[in-house]
Design a protein around this ligand. Structure first.
Ligand code: SF4
Length: 122
């Protein structure tokens, strides 16, 4: 069974995209970058980068392993959310660190619910 860990921007998660709902809706609907997952796939967690400049991300990955080990829950896929891939000035470095250390498949992207124009349309 696939267990997905989503990694996002701390500042966006705390102050902009409250609740990370677009990532979760996309997963529940199997849309965006979640389109190929089977019904039994699960979200294991939503992890922030740890704040600018994302220098603690590897430690935070290790914490995910530590805190989930009593339940034998281990992520099988990492998704890096658009708040990092599309907006973070440190995105390349953070992504490289995650890819180097995760030891599992890392996918850039989650949901694709990005409004094109703020004041036009619904
Ligand atoms: S390092 Fe990037 S992803 Fe992390 S809080 Fe700063 S802007 Fe957001």
């Amino acid at each position: 069974m696939e267990k997905i860990l989503i990694i996002g921007c701390k500042r966006a998660m705390n102050e902009v995209c409250i609740g990370c709902s677009r990532c979760l809706v996309a997963f529940n609907r199997r849309e965006g970058k979640f389109g190929d997952y089977p019904k039994d796939a699960q979200i294991l967690g939503l992890l922030s980068c740890g704040d600018c400049p994302g220098s603690t991300i590897v430690t935070r990955l290790a914490q995910v392993k530590l805190w989930n080990s009593p339940m034998q829950e281990v992520p099988t896929r990492v998704h890096i959310s658009p708040c990092i891939t599309d907006h973070c000035p440190h995105a390349d470095e953070i992504t490289a660190k995650i890819k180097n250390k995760a030891g599992i498949k890392v996918i850039s992207g989650t949901h694709e619910y990005i409004p094109e124009k703020i004041f036009a349309g619904p």
